[in-house]
Each structure stands twice: as C-alpha cells, then as structure tokens.
Ligand binder design. Sequence first.
Ligand code: SF4
Length: 248
Amino acid sequence: MRTAQVLLRRKIKRIAVKLEKYLGTPHPPSTRAKPIDMLIATLLSQNTNDKNSHRAYIQLKKTFPSWSEIAGVPWQKIASSIHSGGMANQKSKRIKKIIRTIEKEYGSIDLDFLYEKSDDEVIEILSSFDGVGIKTAACVLTFSLGRDIFPVDTHVHRICNRLGLTSNCKTPECTFQQMKPNIPNGKGYSFHTNLIRFGRKICKANNPLCNICPAYKECRYENKEIFAIKRTNRITQKDYEFMLLDNV
Ligand code: SF4
C-alpha cells in the first residue's frame, strides 16, 4: 500500500474516533428491516427530513399493509398516503414502478434473496431500478443487510471533501468509491451515522460551526478560519437523536 493511502486511512480513523468521542458511538438497531422495506423507506427519505419521511413511511404501511396492494392501485392513491414526505407524485410513481419491476423480474415482491448476494451484486441489482442510485443501495446494505458499508449522502459528501478525505470529488458517488477502501473495519455504520449528525448540526452546508468543531485541526476547508471566529450556541444531544433508517 502506498504511503499516501496509509496516511489517509490513519486520518480517517482519527476523525472517526474524534466523532465517536464527541457524538457517541452509534450502534445499529437490534432488529433490522427487510431489504424491500428499507429500499422503500430510503426512497421516501430523498429530499426531505427524517421526521417527515418517517411519517410518510408509517402512513404508507398503514394504507397498504402489504406491498402487493401497491402494485395494483393508481399512483395518485399512493401519493395521497405519502404527501407528508414531499415530492409525493414523483415518489409514488417511482415506488409503484419498482414494486412492479421486482414482481416481474423475481416472481414475488420480496428482496430477501439479497441476503445471499455480495455487496457489489446488491449495488448492481438495486441500481438497475429507476430512481435508485448507489447511495440508496448502500443504505439497504448497511441498515437492512448489516454489511460494513459507508453510505454517502450530500452531508457525508460535503464533509469528506472539506476534511480532505477525497480528491476532486464532485458527486456523492465519487466520494463513495474513494472512501470505500479506506473506512476502518467495522466502522461503516458508526462513521456514516456520526457524519450525518455532524453535517446536520455542525459542519452545515452554509454556516459551518467551525468554532466548536472537534475535527478542526484535520480540516482542509479553505474558509474554516472565517467561520471559526463566529460565536455559536452549544449543541445538545437531543439535536442528533432521530435517524430515519434506524426506525424503519
Ligand atoms: S472545521 Fe468547519 S468546515 Fe471543517 S469539518 Fe469542522 S465544521 Fe466542517
């Protein structure tokens, strides 16, 4: 292994440890949702916050207790049950199409066969569905199948770039591919969860709270000194609490 990669891995490990000290060590829930449930929950989480998408998911399950019921109803009916999650029309059409595709290609509306597949195979299968990208596939791998994978959303992408953990990555997909071989063993879930919490409350897109950042010394963000002189209130534990994909 080249020296640069060894140093990068050490840096990632140091940051993961710092975040665990600062935010705690997240542990996966003791029971995991089935892959099909996690796929739909992750689709509902796109472009909204966790609480609203959780409400949409609960309402969807209440209206359609089995996924097969969705396959035969007009998309408008699905949309009215998930309106609290935003972009209901687009999401309902997408969900219906995916459910019908799964039924057609695999004979039943179930993705339990993914338990037997490798990480790369799961990504390939799920990414073949309309509207499913690497991030969604990685969430299914981590939160449902219990694999040691590091999903990258916009928060994680932004922070990895600011910290200098990736080079010239313009998309979360690029960040996912560059980070994948360098995540410390067994830390995919914890590091992902803590970076989401960190990105929501500290390393925010427009106004990062660099003055209270536990990773300040490691950071390569060119404006960190400017943000570091701004005063801010301390963050409390309850600010980090609810994570959708732990509650499917
Ligand atoms: S120093 Fe600022 S920009 Fe850098 S990681 Fe911390 S909060 Fe984000």
